[in-house]
Design a protein around this ligand. Structure first.
Ligand code: PMP
Length: 388
């Protein structure tokens, strides 16, 4: 018998290597921008969630510095103890006003917002119906809740309806969970139909707006605004770390939901409040998103220009259908995706290979930013042309 109880770790690592699933970090040595210095090499950055280019914006930095000077670096405790500041309240009011919900609640990350919310609102006697492509935080939150979990095929409202017909009656509460923009595919969920089904079957709908916040909708309020569903009752989750260029997560919904979460969401109650700097930076970003819609217009112009370039120059590229700044092209294997990623990198393009277990099929994932220049997009297409 092997008497080293830790030996399995190296064995598991070896399995991960054999499957081409091994992942490691890459160091960026410069400010967040459309071009970055990656391990000493200047590259065009298509790997960032900083859709509006706010993570390097001076105004967020100034707000963060002022918050540190006024309130220090740490928030010193959980929100219910010593961690709450006026800044948190201001940010929550700004989010609620953008989302047009009664209230909002800020968490230390989007991941924690999903874990805490899902595990607070459903339990053992309840059912979760989850899109098979949902983000890890929705899936882990579901497991943590102890509810029965059923996955429905990606975006299939017909099969979701079948499950609701068959199983809804056997459970106390039912929660449907979905990404609004699917993070690894870039497509959108069919929100109006999901809301109708939730209503028809007396179920809650939790929508993860992580990649839609600041990006979709006339005012950047997200997918709910994009589909004209503002004001309908649902639970919206999001992050402050992508288009908003800071760190943290949020839940937006009714006052009773938020009040309940303040009393029942463990990942909000038992963790240190979001730092003053992150809170202030996110608040500054929320205001910029409102005041500078031209950033969002520029982002969409870039997305449409890149799609047009791809159609004209790479007619055979297997581009996944997308309605967001996330564009993916599929490759036959993890090894092929890794090789493509390396070629891109050698040619000055940072666009990562995404492969199992993160997704089912291997791909190169391209994130477009408002701050990309036309020459960046042209270079990307030129390089892809040379490798596929
Ligand atoms: N939901 C989705 C769909 C995401 O893509 C992410 C981030 N990758 C999260 C939640 C988690 O957000 P955060 O990074 O703020 O923890």
């Amino acid at each position: 018998m092997n008497n080293n109880p830790y030996a399995w770790i190296n064995e598991s690592l070896a399995t991960i290597h054999r499957a081409d699933w091994y992942r490691s970090v890459q160091t960026i040595h410069s400010r967040p921008s459309a071009t970055v210095v990656l391990s000493g090499q200047e590259v065009i950055n298509f790997a960032s969630n900083d859709y509006l280019g706010l993570a390097g914006d001076e105004r967020l930095q100034t707000a963060a510095i002022a918050a540190i000077q006024a309130f220090g670096t740490g928030s010193t405790g959980s929100r219910l103890l010593s961690g709450h500041r006026e800044l948190h309240k201001e940010l929550e009011q700004e989010i609620a006003s953008t989302k047009q919900t009664q209230e909002a609640l800020v968490f230390s990350s989007g991941y924690l917002a999903n874990l805490g919310t899902i595990s607070a609102i459903v339990g053992k006697r309840d059912l979760i119906l989850s899109d098979e492509y949902n983000h890890s935080s929705l899936k882990k939150g579901a497991i943590l809740s102890g509810a029965t979990i059923m996955e429905y095929p990606h975006n299939s409202t017909a099969l979701l309806e079948e499950k609701l017909q068959e199983y809804r009656k056997n459970y106390r509460r039912c929660l449907i969970t979905t990404d609004s923009v699917f993070s690894m595919d870039g497509d959108l969920c069919p929100l109006p139909q999901l809301l109708d089904l939730a209503e028809e079957f007396n179920s809650m709908l939790l929508l993860d707006e992580a990649h839609a916040t600041g990006v979709l909708g006339k005012t950047g309020a997200g997918c709910v605004e994009h589909f004209g569903c503002t004001g309908r009752e649902l639970i919206q989750i999001g992050t402050l770390s992508k288009a908003l260029g800071s760190l943290g997560g949020y839940v937006a919904g009714s006052s009773s939901l938020i009040d309940f979460l303040r009393n029942r969401a463990p990942s909000w109650i038992y963790t240190t409040a979001l730092s003053p700097a992150d809170t202030a930076a996110a608040l500054a970003a929320m205001k910029i998103v409102q005041q500078e819609p031209e950033r969002r217009s520029q982002l969409w112009q870039n997305v449409n220009y890149l799609k047009q370039l791809i159609t004209e120059n790479l007619p055979n590229l297997k581009l996944l259908p997308t309605e967001s700044p996330i564009l993916c092209f599929q490759l036959p294997s993890a090894a092929a995706a890794l090789t493509a990623g390396k070629h891109l990198r050698a040619s000055g393009i940072f666009a990562p290979a995404i492969r199992p277990p993160t997704v089912n099929t291997s791909r190169i994932r391209i994130s477009v930013m408002a701050t990309h220049e036309l020459t960046h997009l042209q270079k990307l297409v030129e390089v892809i042309k040379s490798i596929v």
